[in-house]
Design a binder for this molecule. Structure first.
Ligand SMILES: [Zn+2]
Length: 90
């Protein structure tokens, strides 16, 4: 399975990340603060059928709900890390 990662800064200076599948559904979300601490951050993709779509993040550091727009064409899909691990073991 291929997935793409989008990132956007939160207003609290943490960085918000979401991994999306090829239909632009959010597989997982996480956030990293300026000290490199990483925490899960619920992410939801909206209007995923449009060329431009939104991802809502719940930042675990400041608890803001942050909505960001992304261009579907800008996504870079790669084999997901799980798939890469599976192939190197085989
Ligand atoms: Zn934040």
């Amino acid at each position: 399975m291929k997935s793409a990662i989008v990132e956007s800064p939160c207003e609290c200076q943490a960085k918000l990340y979401a991994e999306l599948d090829e239909e632009r559904h959010a597989l997982r979300g996480w956030a990293r603060d300026s000290r490199g601490r990483e925490r899960p951050a619920p992410a939801t993709a909206m209007h995923a059928q449009n060329g431009r779509f939104d991802v809502g993040f719940l930042c675990p550091f400041c608890t803001r709900n942050t909505l960001r727009s992304f261009e579907a064409e800008a996504l870079a899909f790669r084999e997901s890390p799980a798939a890469i691990v599976a192939s190197t073991q085989g």
